[in-house]
Design a protein around this ligand. Sequence first.
Ligand SMILES: [Ca+2]
Ligand SMILES: [Ca+2]
Length: 234
Amino acid sequence: MRFLASLLLAFAAAGSASAASLVNGSFEQPGTSSLVYLTAGSTALPGWTVVDSTPGGDNEIAYTNSAAFGGLGVVASHGSHFLELTGVTGRGKGVKSDAIDTVAGTTYRVGFDVGAFFVGGQGSYGDVTLDLLVDDVLAGSFTNALGLSTAGSDWQRFSYDVVASGPSMRLTFLASTALTSSYLGAGLDNVTFDALPGQPSGSPGSVPEPGAWVLMILGFGLAGSSLRRQVRLA
Ligand SMILES: [Ca+2]
Ligand SMILES: [Ca+2]
């Protein structure tokens, strides 16, 4: 019986650890003291993979912190780190999340901040547009149109509601702006993913509840002992 109890605890622990939520949406991990370039395929950011939807040419994005450009007034919108999806130059690059557990039929709200920058002495780089893809399908394009007119960073928050069609979902953000140059082109920070309130309940994943395991294992046990009794009687 002690063995059975520890087995049940193990199942319960596995169940509670199986639900995967959005990880590192503010890009505070792993942290950097300066600007670093991450190339397509990189998994240096926990929870995300760097992607390039336009193969060939440049394939890098920039990962930076507020200190790197703080002197220019360019800072993160949340925490102290953010992404700049233009990299050195170009478009179509970005990040794709690891699979996030969902419940089919439930509506989720994706929130994110789109950054535009105005570097002292260089002027504004213009409006910035990011594309959001859900499971590799374009869901929408979002343009920061705040029109920054002095040096600094300019973050505009957007949200997008999506109904889950299966047990998991991946989010991709790509720089869509046709910027001719800039290593401070298209900012991304503070990505959130939450079920809207008042949704059909149910925890993500399909691990049976501990109660179901108890019944199943007790069932096996009873079947086994009655089998042994029959063997002895024979
Ligand atoms: Ca951040
Ligand atoms: Ca490319």
